[in-house]
Design a protein around this ligand. Structure first.
Ligand code: FEO
Length: 405
């Protein structure tokens, strides 16, 4: 894509990657994607906002050269340092030798690693800091974890443009560039949210509070269409998707997911369920994982404050459905969630320890030791399961206990 003036003295200088079909290993990109970057001409020099993936840098440089000379570039604002946006930074910096790079404080350690250059003139910026250059004012906004710790946004005051980084992006290439001219990209907008922003809902809500203080005419994201057709509606969608509905009036959900070979782990699951259900502030759910598809799993996991996993040990491991469920957690916010595990075993019972370890590494709070029972549970052992459920429910409901890491 060639450079395009999107408003007087403000240019799109990004590139398209229309043939990409998988992004970041996990995302399907049926329409390809774009790496968006922008250039703002002020009365005292040029500001570049973000760069592009390294393999597309020649087009990016052509776009810049069609608008200005490198010596005119005074600042390079980097909202996000992931390589799809910082890939051309090192070479841009070499060419634009008068430029200073502006990044968030969290980006400082990343800058050197990403650019492999020891000498970089940079300064850190955050909410309430401004860059005034000639007739343009950029207000910086700290919007961390959307979706890397160092991400930030900025607002160009005179033109009412929000440069939002990856936020509000879509992996959707269409040369017509603006949301009111391209095809229907709503699926890509939601898909992008679900895969990139969903694990950071609280951070998205914090960012929205910052965005809402501004009158916004356009949202210039780092991927997909520029949003200028009622841009507020995109903010509202993020707000809706990131807000937690309190349909349970303060009650918390604990979900038990199990797999079972000879119904022993299933029996344990039922007794744990009965124990959790004793607590009137908790709603217990129980699911046979082999009959649950991934989309439903995600919805249940997201709503659950407590997650208890039941698995037998098979060939020294937990079976695939358990690992599949745990791999879904990559797409969800884990903050404040409790985890536990249990299961029947025949010989050595490694699965429960593995799952316990995995839950801890996912940053779940794991208050109880794994509950293991050798083969068929006795009546007394089922009572232990019931007690495990009672205790787990109380902890999720707020009982304080010491937790080992
Ligand atoms: Fe588009 Fe997080 O990089």
């Amino acid at each position: 894509m060639n450079a395009l003036e999107i408003k007087r003295n403000i240019y799109y200088i990004g590139v398209s990657d229309k043939d990409i079909r998988t992004f970041d290993i996990i995302m399907k990109t049926a329409n390809g994607t774009t790496y968006n970057a922008y250039l703002v001409k002020t009365s005292q020099g040029v500001v570049i906002l973000d760069t592009v993936k390294e393999e597309f840098e020649e087009q990016f440089f052509k776009n810049i050269e069609s608008i200005c000379k490198y010596e005119d570039i005074k600042y390079i604002i980097m909202h996000h340092l992931e390589p799809d946006h910082s890939g051309a930074l090192a070479n841009l910096y070499k060419r634009a030798s008068n430029a200073k790079i502006l990044i968030s404080p969290m980006a400082t350690p990343m800058l050197k690693s990403i650019t492999k250059s020891a000498k970089m003139d940079f300064e850190t910026v955050w909410t309430n800091k401004e860059l005034q250059l000639g007739d343009k004012t950029f207000k910086f906004l700290s919007t961390p974890n959307l979706h890397w710790p160092e991400t930030m946004s900025s607002y160009l005051v005179e033109d009412m443009i929000l440069f939002s980084g990856d936020v509000f992006g879509s992996h959707y290439y269409d040369s017509r560039l603006f949301d009111d001219l391209v095809g229907d990209f709503s699926y890509a907008f939601k898909y992008y949210y679900d895969h990139i922003m969903r694990p950071f809902k609280s951070d998205a809500l914090n960012a929205i509070k910052l965005y809402e203080q501004f009158q916004i005419d356009k949202i210039c994201t780092l991927h997909g269409p520029i949003l200028r057709n009622k841009p507020k509606k995109y903010i509202e969608l993020y707000k809706e998707w990131s807000s937690k509905e309190d349909r349970l009036h303060g009650k918390k959900i604990v979900s038990i997911f199990y797999v079972t070979s000879y119904k022993n782990t299933k029996e344990m699951a039922q007794s744990i369920y009965d124990g959790i259900e004793v607590n009137e502030n908790i709603i217990a759910n129980i699911y046979d994982l082999t009959a649950l598809d991934e989309q439903n799993m995600l919805t249940i996991l997201e709503e659950s404050t407590g997650i208890v996993l039941g698995t037998p040990t098979i060939n020294g491991d937990a079976p695939k459905p358990i690992w599949d469920l745990l791999s879904c957690m990559m797409l969800l916010e884990k903050k404040g969630k409790f985890g536990g595990c249990f299961g029947s075993y025949g010989w050595s019972g490694e699965a429960q320890d593995m799952i316990q370890h995995r839950l801890k590494s996912l940053k779940f709070r794991v208050p109880l030791e794994p509950l293991k029972i050798k083969l068929i549970p006795t009546k007394e052992e089922l009572f232990d399961c019931y007690s495990f459920g009672v205790e787990f429910g109380e902890i999720v409901n707020g009982k304080m206990v010491e937790m080992t890491l």
